[in-house]
Design a protein around this ligand. Structure first.
Ligand code: GLC
Length: 396
């Protein structure tokens, strides 16, 4: 199979154009028929290399539904009819929550491929407003850690990392968990998503991957600002990049790895997930710490490493389910983040392994959503776009 051609064909088949001319890609035509925030950033990263104009259009489509306060919704319901369970997030045609802020990273990838700056100039004020929203609204106490208000905002909908914060047991069912997340949205809606009152009391997690992704994106935002001569914006991005980086190391690190935290006191949510590896993407570990991480966790077959890739949850956790959506299976997006981090640190052998197992999963199953780490069985959505990220692994 020619992976490049297959990935491009999939992205084109999943492309949609709205009546008013917005162009985007659905993650999976049957399972995920709308536009998703971090998915669109993934699509743009890949399309930057294949069809940069489509990559730009995808990001513009995301920005077209930015909220007044700067938030970018995690879903845009371009289709008039909303199917269950997505109606639960509905708020005037978009979702009421956000998702990991990958947009500056994606925009920079397009710039690197094309050298174009006109689209950056056009998009910059809106991108800047999104990062300002996260830093101002989602960190009301100036803790220098941004919070998520619903597990779906992490993109790892039912990850056991959030069980304590969600007040659910480790053996909760997929639908039971979804019900709780919907309840959370409904409760937050009653107080207009006000950060300091209700949101703060219900679910307020300083999540490791979300903040690590934010740090990397602030680095990219600063680069874009520099390119465009936006001096104040560059200062803003650099300052918060440094503050969040410092605070993550200060408050979220224990036993050589990073843990997501809850509450004003930063109580660690001690469930071992791939969140240990996400900070590689933002350069948060020292080279020595990274070496230990690879030795003790990444290469440990009793916890994270399986024949088919990196488990999203350690096999030793009571909540681990090899077919349990975000409670253990192998996913392409975590693989891609880890791959990027490994390359930055110079762990080429490990990076090559991630790339190879990812390619084999696609060769065997086509573009599926997630995989059983013990058997390699494919689950979830068909014609799911995240496999296209492998192209970026092959070409970087
Ligand atoms: C699932 C994933 C989420 C993704 C969405 C669309 O809900 O958990 O991360 O954005 O599907 O692909």
């Amino acid at each position: 199979m020619n992976l490049k051609e297959a990935a491009h064909t999939l992205l084109k088949a999943n492309r949609r154009v709205t009546r008013d001319g917005h162009q985007y890609t659905v993650p999976s035509p049957s399972t995920y028929p709308y536009q998703w925030l971090w998915d669109s950033c993934f699509h743009s990263i890949v399309l930057a290399k294949l069809e940069p104009d489509a990559a730009i259009a995808e990001l513009k489509s995301l920005l077209s539904r930015q909220q007044k306060d700067g938030m970018l919704p995690h879903m845009i319901f371009w289709r008039p009819r909303i199917t269950r369970p997505y109606h639960m997030w509905w708020e005037k045609g978009v979702s009421s929550i956000t998702q990991p802020p990958m947009i500056a990273y994606a925009a920079w990838e397009i710039y690197e491929q094309t050298g174009k700056t006109d689209f950056l100039k056009e998009m910059f004020p809106q991108m800047h407003a999104f990062y300002r929203y996260l830093i101002e609204q989602r960190d009301p106490h100036d803790h220098h850690l941004v919070s998520i208000i619903n597990p779906d905002e992490s993109g790892e909908d039912n990850s056991p990392r959030f069980d304590l914060a969600m007040r659910v047991k480790s053996n909760i069912s997929f639908f039971g968990h979804m019900y709780r997340r919907h309840q959370l949205v409904a409760m937050n809606r009653t107080c207009g998503f006000d950060p300091l009152t209700c949101m703060h009391e219900r679910f307020w997690v300083k999540d490791v991957p979300f903040n690590a992704i934010l740090i990397k994106n602030l680095e990219r935002l600063a680069q874009i600002a520099e390119l465009l001569g936006e001096t104040e914006a560059k200062k803003f991005a650099t300052l918060h990049h440094d503050l969040i980086k410092f605070t993550m190391r200060e408050y979220l690190m224990a036993e050589g790895v990073f843990w997501s935290a809850i509450g004003l006191e930063h109580g660690h949510l001690k469930v071992a997930t791939w969140a240990h590896f996400a900070p590689l993407f933002a350069g948060l570990y020292t080279p020595e710490e990274a070496k230990d991480l690879i030795q003790n966790h990444f290469n440990n077959t009793e916890t994270f490493r399986s024949e088919f890739g990196i488990r999203t949850v350690s096999k030793k956790e009571a909540s681990y389910r090899p077919n349990g959506f975000w409670r253990g299976p192998v996913w392409f997006a975590p693989h891609w983040f880890i791959y990027k981090g490994l390359k930055d640190y110079g762990f080429n052998e490990e990076a090559q392994w991630i790339r190879e197992v990812s390619v084999s999963l696609i060769e065997k199953h086509g573009f599926r959503e997630y995989f059983d780490p013990e058997t390699g069985k494919a689950y979830g959505a068909h014609n799911f776009t995240w496999g296209a990220l492998v192209l970026d692994m092959l070409e970087s």
